[in-house]
Design a protein around this ligand. Structure first.
Ligand code: TXA
Ligand code: MG
Length: 318
């Protein structure tokens, strides 16, 4: 059987049989299964080889689903949901007991988002349960932004990978929480801090914790390619002894024997949609090392820089 498919009803059937599938979203591909059944959720952890202390995002297709999943909605988060759903925004809300403990790792709040990808929405709207879905990569590796990326790593464990093309956003959703009436950004992602602050008309706290196990699996080491990734400021920092190396460039700021260009016109939205594909591309090339520079620290550049810094730490490319 062909695993990669555009057949939405095949995906719906598999999910109704309690299977876990590859699901396209506008951010990255997810590894999706029934969020309300512990045994399905534990399959997701097993396929991903993910530690149980790292909770999952619950995806919904309709606002009306919220009433059975959460017990209250902070007014500021409501405002953000109105503005950015469906889209790359995840909100933390107090959960009801419909949500298995495994989904939230026992935390009192559940992470919820309504994805904007038309295929994800179509699947969600044909199911009578929400979907728990982490990014469809083995734990710690680069997130997938195409169906082939999912197939490359998880094919043996999945029967259905729904093909929705390349992800338009390309970095994961922004995660927000509200405590004492203050909105906290726990993970930078597809909706920028600038957009959030403009919508709220107030400043937010940015709290990209990596030490609190309860919070957003924002472990220091994440999103890493296999090859050593080095962060440099300019071309001159590439050593003459580098051998066959690759560069991931932005507006041709770096050049090398093997090059992956994020965006010739230095467009941050285009660059974000290509960052993970660039890291995966380099892993498949015969390069000994990968060089990259930080992007402008604004809008989606911030989310990309966050991913790049973590990837560098893990791959010991410093
Ligand atoms: O864009 C996305 O959000 C993608 C697509 C598939 O929707 N999903 C995704 O899931 O990035 P994942 O599992 O790779 O990352 C979810 C993050 C984790 O860092 C996790 O720790 C955090 O969300 N998270 C989930 N539930 C949480 C909770 N109840 N409290 C705090 N953090 C939570
Ligand atoms: Mg992930």
């Amino acid at each position: 059987m062909q695993k990669i498919t555009t057949d939405i009803s095949a995906a719906v059937k598999a999910l109704n049989r309690d299977e876990v599938i590859g699901l396209p979203t506008e951010t990255v591909y997810g590894l999706a299964g029934n969020a309300l059944k512990s045994e399905v959720v534990s399959k997701i952890f097993a396929v991903k080889n993910r530690p149980f202390f790292d909770p999952l995002i619950v995806h919904i297709g309709e606002i009306s689903q919220l009433s059975e999943l959460v017990s209250a909605i902070d007014p500021q988060l409501q405002k953000l949901m109105n503005a950015f759903w469906p889209g790359p925004l995840t909100v933390l809300l107090p959960r009801t007991n419909k949500i298995p403990d495994l989904v939230t790792s026992g935390l009192p709040k559940v992470a919820v988002r309504m994805p904007a990808h038309p295929m994800a929405l179509a699947v969600l709207r044909q199911l009578n349960f929400p979907l728990a879905a982490p990014s469809a990569n083995p734990f710690g590796y680069v997130s997938p932004t195409s169906a082939v990326h999912v197939q490359d790593q998880l094919e043996d464990q999945l029967n259905v990978i729904l093909d929705g093309g390349d992800c338009a956003v390309g970095v994961e959703s922004t995660i927000v929480d509200c405590r004492n009436n203050i909105v906290h950004v726990l993970r930078l992602g597809g909706i920028s801090i600038e957009e959030i602050e403009e919508c709220l008309g107030e400043k937010v706290e940015v709290e990209l914790s990596s030490s609190r196990p309860a919070a957003p699996g924002m472990l220091d080491q994440h999103y890493s390619p296999m090859k050593p990734l080095h962060l440099i400021e300019n071309q001159n920092q590439i050593p003459a002894t580098a051998g066959l190396y690759g560069v991931i460039s932005f507006g041709a700021n770096l050049t090398g024997p093997i090059q992956f260009e994020l965006s010739e016109s230095r467009d941050l939205i285009e660059a974000a949609s290509r960052l993970f594909a660039g890291l995966r591309y380099m892993d498949q090339q015969p390069v000994q090392a990968i060089y990259i520079s930080l992007l402008p620290e604004q809008e989606l550049g911030r989310a990309m820089n966050d991913r790049i810094r973590r990837a560098v730490i893990k791959s010991k490319g410093i």
